[in-house]
Design a protein around this ligand. Structure first.
Ligand SMILES: Cc1ncc(COP(=O)(O)O)c(C=O)c1O
Ligand SMILES: N[C@@H](CCCC[NH3+])C(=O)O
Length: 427
């Protein structure tokens, strides 16, 4: 058995040998709402948002929570109440924000390499805070849509700083060979081009070097480059007053300290890397954290359906699959897996796998876990970010429900899909 069971306070903690989501036993949630089930701790979301916000202290800044990490409407509503803005990457994400609060548009930044004319039109009409333009062709299309709508959107170029950051190659974005942004060396020309069109207002510079970055040095190197660029652009007469520093701060998925205190240190460390290069610029800083806010606030509850041995290997087959949480299959990502009610009868090295017809459908491989039996409930921790938002209906599997827990109250914030939901669009 593992020496100690990882918990994620204040949301996911053991009391009397039972995993609780805030004050409710995970086993009660599973009984009431079924499995697989996404569960979130509202207190954790709030605390983490506040900690992140406080780390930037008196520096003028706005947190634009990255909707792609978890776009649940109730969670977005909570974040609006906390004063958050939003980073969106599609018309759909913008619609989500607007449905929660039309006024939130004024704190929305819109990134993405493939914005279409209808998406631009919606964002222009909603008067969002900032478009982060990622190519010259996008600049031209946005200028033509703006002129058509007779509105002058604020823009930034998302610059690609060519700074390497240690993370999975699929989620690293700040190198020249990546599709994201425009080369920082081309930026001056592009800003001049944007300023020469009547319908765009260059107002900021934006950057995002990747996700799940735990060494903050690359953020500092990036900000040095961005600060130089801002000085140069101002010298050319552009009124640059916003820097969008993107998101990317990583969390401790494995063996890490997941207390709020540890997050406080991590957020401070992050701001201490970002801020010094911007010291004398007098800018308003935008930040786009996703995972750092919501990752540790969620867990996926799933039940053991079968246990079997194939040769030397033991497989624990659970009722969640890669369609419910794709991070292990897609990035080989590590998530802690714990028994909701550990039996205390020794440990076993097992593969925890789902029912989907792919060998890549696994949550853990050769992992030493406390002994699990058929019918046992397990929790896959730190699944709040890029969990539900990356689900699919592969194998015609309905998406799980989502439950938000606060103290001893649990609320279904997205109902479980039914097979009927899945058949609908074809009939
Ligand atoms: C432009 C942009 N902003 C913000 C984020 C959020 O990243 P994270 O969840 O790592 O903070 C991403 C995802 O990598 C992104 O692409
Ligand atoms: N989906 C990724 C993060 C992608 C970040 C989006 N740019 C993950 O689960 O880690």
């Amino acid at each position: 058995m593992k020496p100690s069971l990882p918990s994620r306070p204040p949301g996911f903690v053991y009391k009397s040998n039972k995993l609780h989501v805030e004050k409710i036993a995970a086993s009660d949630l599973a009984r009431r709402f079924g499995t697989p089930l996404y569960t979130y701790s509202a207190t954790t979301i709030r605390e983490r948002f506040d900690i992140f916000n406080r780390a930037f202290g008196k520096v003028p800044h706005t947190i634009c929570y990255s909707v792609k990490a978890n776009s649940n409407l109730t969670i977005l509503k909570m974040l609006v109440k906390l004063g958050s803005g939003f980073d969106v990457v599609s018309g759909g994400e913008l619609e989500r924000v607007l449905v929660v609060d039309k006024k939130a548009a004024k704190k929305v930044v819109f990134s993405g390499v493939g914005k279409t004319a209808p998406e631009m039109d919606l964002a222009i009409k909603s008067d969002i805070l900032l478009f982060n333009i990622e190519s010259e062709s996008e600049l031209e299309l946005l200028a033509s849509r703006a002129s058509k709508l007779r509105k002058k959107p604020r823009i930034a170029f998302r610059v690609n700083p060519d700074v390497p950051a240690e993370t999975h190659p699929y989620i690293s974005t700040g190198l020249r060979e990546h599709k994201f942004g425009v080369p920082i060396t081309d930026a001056a020309l592009l800003y001049a081009q944007a300023a020469s069109t009547e319908w765009l207002e260059p107002a900021g510079v934006s950057v995002h070097i990747g996700s799940q970055i735990t060494d903050v040095a690359p953020f500092n190197a990036t900000m040095e480059r961005v600060a130089d660029l801002v000085r140069g652009l101002r010298a050319q007469g552009h009124n640059i007053r916003l820097i969008d520093g993107g998101g990317g701060l990583g969390i401790a998925y494995r063996d890490g300290d997941t207390s709020l205190k540890a997050f406080e240190a991590s957020a401070k460390n992050y701001s201490a890397a970002l801020l010094p290069p911007l010291n004398s610029l007098g800018i308003h800083l935008l930040l786009e954290p996703g995972r750092a806010i919501i990752g540790p606030a969620g867990a996926l509850l799933t039940r053991v359906v079968y246990s079997k041995k194939n040769g030397r290997k033991t497989f624990v087959i659970v009722d969640a699959g890669m369609n419910d949480l794709i991070r292990p299959a897609l990035y080989g990502a590590y998530h802690e897996i714990v028994a909701a009610e550990p039996r205390g009868t020794g440990a076993e090295t097992v593969d925890v796998v789902g029912p989907v017809c792919e060998t890549g459908d696994f949550f853990a491989r050769d992992r030493e876990l406390t002994h699990l039996e058929e019918g046992d409930l397990v929790a896959i921790l730190d699944a709040g970010a890029y969990g539900m938002s990356q689900t699919s209906n592969y194998n015609t599997r309905p998406r799980p429900a989502e439950v938000l827990v606060e103290g001893s109250r649990a609320k279904v914030v997205r109902r479980r899909e039914t097979i009927k939901d899945l058949l609908g669009p074809e009939r």
